[in-house]
Design a protein around this ligand. Structure first.
Ligand code: PMP
Length: 403
């Protein structure tokens, strides 16, 4: 029955990672996949997550029943507050429909399917460049794709009435370049003028500045009363990669619309996977809940063992500080070597990634001669680097650009 099935091409980043695994060199360095690694190159389980899991294990009233189609209600409320702000008028006015999805990817895909079925415009604009999986979510939903230059305020690339525009709220993957607050305001005005529909991908909230500052672009678009979609992921921010926990929110103009949207989201989810997994959402809920005492939002909750939220934010800050240090070290090491070119973008870029500017040929050289693996577009995962590997990487980059 399946003899005629053709072999699909390898997915590029997975092919790079497979080559890394098979490389026997002791010097090998994995800067490909966007996952956090410690200075020792090990995965990291956050203490806040460990604590939340302990609570879940000890909670004798907890069960493993099916969640509703839309997920854990408390998780959805807390996720919405995290991204839109605890005092968000849109939440208070019940205009936001939030559903738990399978991490950022699932949220993007459900959002794309919703738009394909219920939005009149079927073109989505993606930044050029963008995260490699973005086009796949929208292609699978049957939407047409175009690109916009990232980022040029004078571009007429967005001149398409009503189109959907995918935006990354903070820590842009792969460029590591975010618009400033003023630039976001220009983008917002232009998009509202052209009646473009914003779809925010928020995979790195807290990775750049902090929880609130990184949510600013989303909150600016929500504050003007217009509509938008928001995909949230806890993969990177809580290190919950394999738990697949995230949420899709659709901000609407009225409560009635939001509830109709939610009824349609259920229709999309039910035949796809029926309902989302419970464990990761329970961990996130336990951590985020710690921010509130009797429903009141508090900045720091250190009393009565309610420290999980603060612990999470503190740990996240440690991760991002380590990445910032690595950026400085790499930049200095290239300056020391007199490597041709301006490498200041490495320290100017934010979030997990740096788009080094290395071309495909130079990347191939780094892999072959130095066993340093990265995606073919020259993007490196800064968190895959360690201080002790910086000189080696700098030597390799120097060799690659002076070939
Ligand atoms: N969006 C962006 C910008 C990403 O970088 C990623 C992960 N690399 C995702 C979405 C999806 O990740 P996940 O499905 O684990 O949330």
């Amino acid at each position: 029955a399946f003899e005629q099935v053709a072999r699909a091409a390898d997915i590029p980043i997975y092919a790079v990672m497979a080559a890394f695994r098979e490389d026997p060199s002791p010097m090998k360095l994995n800067l490909g996949f966007g996952v956090y690694r410690t200075e020792e190159g090990k995965p990291l389980l956050l203490n806040a997550v460990r604590q939340a899991e302990q609570l879940l294990v000890n909670d004798l009233s907890a069960d493993k029943e099916y969640l509703p189609i839309t997920g854990l209600p408390e998780f959805n409320k807390l996720s919405a507050k995290l991204i839109f702000g605890a005092d968000s008028p849109a939440i208070k006015e019940n205009r936001v429909s939030t559903v738990q999805c399978l991490s950022g990817s699932g949220s993007l895909r459900i959002g794309a399917d919703f738009l394909a079925k219920h939005y009149y415009q079927h073109t989505v604009y993606l930044s050029q460049p963008t995260y490699g999986n973005h086009p796949n979510f929208f292609a699978a939903a049957g939407l047409a794709m175009k690109t916009y230059h990232y980022y040029d305020p004078k571009t007429n690339g967005l001149d398409f009435q009503g189109a959907i525009v995918l935006l990354q709220a903070s820590g842009h993957n792969p460029t590591g370049i975010d618009p400033t607050a003023q630039q976001w305001e220009q983008i917002r005005q232009l998009m509202r003028l052209k009646r473009l529909l914003p779809f925010f991908d928020c995979a790195y909230q807290g990775f750049v500045m902090n929880m609130d500052a990184d949510a600013l672009p989303v909150r600016m678009f929500v504050a003007d009363g217009g509509e938008c979609l928001v995909a949230q992921s806890y993969s990177k921010t809580m290190g919950l990669y394999g738990e697949r926990v995230g949420a899709l929110s659709v901000v609407c103009k009225t409560t009635d619309v939001a509830s109709r949207v939610e009824s349609q989201l259920k229709l999309l989810i039910r035949p796809m996977y029926s309902n989302p997994p419970i464990h990761g959402a329970s961990i996130v809920t336990a951590i985020l809940k710690d921010r509130y005492i009797h429903g009141v939002y508090i900045l720091s909750a250190l009393q009565d063992g309610r420290e999980m939220y603060s612990r999470w934010v503190t740990e996240l800050k440690q991760l991002t500080d380590r990445i910032a240090t690595l950026r400085q070290q790499l930049h200095l090491a290239l300056l020391d070597r007199g490597t041709p070119g301006d490498w200041s973008h490495i320290t100017r870029q934010v979030g997990m990634f740096s788009l080094t500017g290395l071309n495909a040929e130079q990347v191939a050289f780094l892999i072959k001669e130095y066993h340093i693996y990265m995606s073919p577009d020259g993007r490196i995962n800064m968190a895959g680097l360690s201080s002790k590997a910086v000189p080696y990487l700098a030597d390799a980059i120097h060799a690659a650009v002076t070939l």
